[in-house]
Design a protein around this ligand. Sequence first.
Ligand code: GAR
Length: 204
Amino acid sequence: MVKIAILASGRGSNFSAIMKEISAGRCAATPIVLITNNPLAPAIEIAKKYNLPVEIVKKEDFSSREEMSDRILFLLYRYDAELVVLAGYMLLIKGKIFTDYKNRIINIHPSFLPAFPGANAQKDAFEAGAKVSGLTIHFMDESLDGGPIIYQEKVDISDCKSADEAAAKILTREHLAYPKIVHSFSKGNYSIEGKRASFHPTKF
Ligand code: GAR
């Protein structure tokens, strides 16, 4: 079992999907803490439902992104996290956390990266008239939605009448993919070759 810390800023539907799969025995991970920047995040209610500790790390309480990230790093050590799962965490983290947790921070993004990075990927894809968008799960580096790609999937959004519809269609796929990738960390290891990560079925 890999011990996971989840970072989420809002709704937490990916977090919820992971928790459901863990509860059903299909995702071999042990959730240890939810860290959020948003005291009003619905994700907090999900954590409470599963009796998971919640830590709030607000951007405003720190003088820099590095300082805020150091606080998150401190919590990762305190809870002994092995893998950091960003699930709709909408702030950039910076600094030492990337050395200490190198290749142990993963993120899900609702586009086929490198297309449409940023906070409004589904809207950007829809408004650009993209017929196909997708989702990407990747190791996180310090850039915006950057880092070696673990898994990608294309999603046909040509029949979507709005950006919200496109987002919902992509989200359904996110909920299926993310728990499977988290599960894979308990079954093996990833190595990085250039912009891609390859799975090696050994022990985590
Ligand atoms: C998800 O669509 C996730 O891919 C996206 O935010 C949404 C969070 O929803 N993340 C990003 O855009 C990261 N740049 P959720 O809180 O219901 O999981």
